[in-house]
Design a protein around this ligand. Structure first.
Ligand SMILES: Cc1cc2nc3c(=O)[nH]c(=O)nc-3n(C[C@H](O)[C@H](O)[C@H](O)COP(=O)(O)OP(=O)(O)OC[C@H]3O[C@@H](n4cnc5c(N)ncnc54)[C@H](O)[C@@H]3O)c2cc1C
Length: 376
């Protein structure tokens, strides 16, 4: 009988581990990759869709393109997970496996912030598409990019949203009629990298973007056109670009895998408290930010552990929590921060100045993943 694996979720983490297991074990594995969507898109493509730089259809990569030894993609909705029996139930059937890899990402709890469901957010694909249609109607007033809860995906993305909004309004010739504020719950835009934070703060100052640190948005009042911060401050707001509170998917919360909202894992091998059940990416509380590069890094270590165990060995490479994040700085430039969370005594990041060269670097980052995961 073949070695049976189920990968739950075909996002950054799920696609990476699927590729690595298929590459290493080929036809000796029977791997079911399950996702309720029919296509993958990078998180950063939501910014492109929102500001009309790319059409929604152009950034989606259909899962039917995956042709890999040992892999079957199942477009199904996972409705329950039994980690002790290593069983996964979808609306169609129940699968059993030798190994489960939970890579179901993070969902958004819009209801946690009163008024947000009737306002706007750009963290979901549909939210970004809705904003693409709303932005052209905004001609003057106060715009706020605001974080409603932590942890949230891709810590630079709120700063990117504010900088890209600035460019968008400049290009429409209405920047002087509008104010932009950025509300985030940290003291600095990117806490592990003082240099990236310094560069972002300088960019905000040059562009007259008001930076409001250490605060979250706790309510949005659409009729009074205000947002309320968690210290009770009210700000006038004609256009809200929200970052919703994140939560683990319901099916994970009901499975017994999560503690305090997320799945704890052993950093050595990304295994959960259930033997043979691994978890990678945003759904975990591993200690890195919720970002694709970290989901990918964790998937590499989980894959190495599963492959080693298949051969009766142990993987001794630790998970360093290292990865490079690109930061859209606007004006056709991109910066990069190379962060390492676990190798040193505390997390540290090395900043690479925004440049046009890094735009090409980011493009290659995306296209190389598509090539590896989708075989092109
Ligand atoms: C605006 C924005 C910009 C970003 N920019 C970057 C960036 O520049 N660099 C970066 O590294 N990261 C970036 N990110 C973050 C990145 O997108 C996520 O951190 C990353 O996708 C997490 O990978 P994951 O595998 O943990 O989860 P995901 O990629 O979210 O994958 C989870 C998968 O599980 C599926 N799923 C969930 N529930 C079910 C269910 N019940 N049944 C079946 N399938 C299910 C989902 O459909 C999804 O495909 C950005 C995010 C946003 C929102």
């Amino acid at each position: 009988m073949k070695f049976r694996a189920i990968v739950l979720g075909a996002g950054f983490g799920g696609l990476e581990i699927t590729s690595l297991l298929s590459e290493a074990l080929g036809d000796r594995i029977d791997l079911k990759l399950i996702d309720h969507n029919d296509s993958f898109y990078f998180g950063f493509s939501k910014l492109d869709v929102m500001f009309g730089h790319q059409a929604a259809g152009a950034v989606k990569i259909p899962y039917k393109r995956i042709v890999k030894p040992g892999v079957t993609f199942c477009k199904e909705n996972i409705i329950s997970i039994d980690p002790s029996g290593k069983k996964v139930t979808t609306e169609k059937t129940t699968y059993e496996a030798d190994v489960l890899v939970v890579a179901l990402g993070a969902d958004y709890d819009l209801k946690a912030t009163p008024g947000l469901a009737e306002s706007n957010e750009y963290y979901s694909f549909s939210g970004a598409e809705k904003l693409r249609d709303i932005l052209p109607q905004f001609t003057k007033g106060n715009a706020i990019v605001g974080v409603c809860g932590a942890p949230f995906k891709c810590p630079p993305a709120p700063s990117e949203g504010a900088l890209m909004l600035h460019d968008y309004l400049v290009n429409r010739g209405i920047r002087n009629e509008c104010s932009i504020s950025l509300v985030i719950p940290f003291g600095l835009p990117i806490p592990p990298s003082p240099d990236s934070s310094k560069a972002l703060l300088k960019a905000f100052e040059e562009r007259d973007i008001r930076f409001i640190p250490q605060r979250k948005v706790s309510a949005v009042d659409n009729s009074r056109k205000t947002v309320t911060l968690d210290d009770g401050t009210e700000l006038p707001c004609d256009l809200f670009l929200g970052i919703p509170k994140h939560v683990a998917p319901d099916v994970v919360l009901q499975s017994g895998l999560a503690e305090n909202g997320w799945i704890p894992v052993d950093r050595k091998n990304l295994q959960t408290k259930f033997a043979g059940v691994y978890a990678v990416g945003d759904v975990t509380s591993v200690g890195t930010p919720k970002a694709g590069v970290f989901a990918e890094g964790a998937a590499k270590i989980a894959a190495a552990s599963i492959i080693a165990a298949f051969h009766g060995k142990e993987n001794n490479d630790p998970y360093t929590g290292a990865g490079s994040c690109y930061i859209e700085f606007g004006k056709g430039t991109v910066a990069r921060v190379d962060v390492d969370f676990f190798s040193g005594p505390k997390p540290f990041g090395i900043h690479q100045e925004a440049s046009e060269a890094l735009v090409a670097d980011k493009k290659l980052f995306g296209s190389s993943r598509v090539a590896r995961w989708f075989g092109e």
